[in-house]
Design a protein. Structure first.
Length: 263
């Protein structure tokens, strides 16, 4: 039996004024949008240019870019790999920022992402005369298989041949770098705690024979649950709370509904 999530006090406050539907009984962002958007039929007169704060921040970023181009060097964190909460918070100008969050703990610092293909990462570092911590390289290759390696393990002899001679391009070893594309609108609408609760329910409902597909799905769900915890931890390091939906009203714009925290 589905639960009416409007009965939860934290949801009722955040969702006040929105039309309920299947989205308020289960995770369904599309249904929320379909029931709660207003088409905009006007012209572009509502548009506005960048604020003084935005223009000032962009001037700072542009200067950082120009300095990097002039120096012909880049900064890369060589002591850790990419991850949701592997880096301390990074800001351009914390007091002036409304939208926050950099990939690393400072502007213009790159991450090392070996999960798509380790050789690609090595080649990129070599191009700039950089070298990662040797122990990290040794341990990663000992214990992890990259997406690139997994794809090549699955290729047949014929597939490898047509790839090598250039008859086929765009194969997943070159472009499917193992990225997980997250639907972050779900976090803004439901909060991490509810998403985690629902995913745990889904995982526990996968009973029956331990077939390969079931085992794989349970494993993937467990990884999703850990990723939600990591998102919550990452946000907390920037004094943001993702546990539930935002307590302040969600922005509503003509033409679409913007699910954002009002910082």
């Amino acid at each position: 039996m589905k639960e009416n999530l409007f009965n939860r006090p934290e949801m009722a406050k955040a969702w006040e004024g929105f039309e309920p539907g299947s989205w308020s009984e289960d995770i369904n962002v599309r249904d929320f949008i379909q029931r709660n958007y207003t088409p905009y039929m006007g012209d572009e007169s509502f548009l506005a240019g960048p604020t003084e704060k935005t223009a000032g921040l962009w001037d700072q970023v542009n200067e950082l870019i120009q300095n990097e181009v002039r120096s012909r060097t880049i900064k890369v964190d060589l002591e850790r790999f990419s991850g949701i909460d592997n880096f301390a918070p990074g800001y351009i100008d914390q007091d002036r920022e409304t939208i926050v969050g950099l990939q690393t703990d400072e502007p213009m610092k790159r991450i090392m992402n070996p999960y798509g293909g380790f050789r690609m990462l090595k080649n990129a570092l070599d191009a700039y005369g950089l070298q990662m911590d040797p122990e990290m390289e040794e341990r990663f290759n000992e214990y992890r298989k990259t997406h690139n390696q997994g794809v090549f393990d699955a290729y047949t002899k014929e597939m490898r041949l047509v790839r090598s001679v250039g008859l086929l391009t765009g194969l997943p070893d070159a472009y499917g770098r193992g990225r997980i594309i997250g639907d972050y609108r779900r976090v803004a609408l439901y909060g991490v705690d509810l998403l985690k609760e629902m995913r745990i329910r889904d995982r526990e409902s996968l009973s029956g024979p331990a077939l390969e597909d079931t085992i794989r799905l349970r494993e993937e769900m467990s990884e999703q649950i850990r990723a939600l915890d990591a998102m919550k931890s990452m946000a907390a390091s920037m004094a943001m709370i993702l546990a539930g939906p935002p307590e302040t009203p969600m922005k509503r714009c003509s033409g679409f509904t913007s699910l954002t925290w009002l910082l």
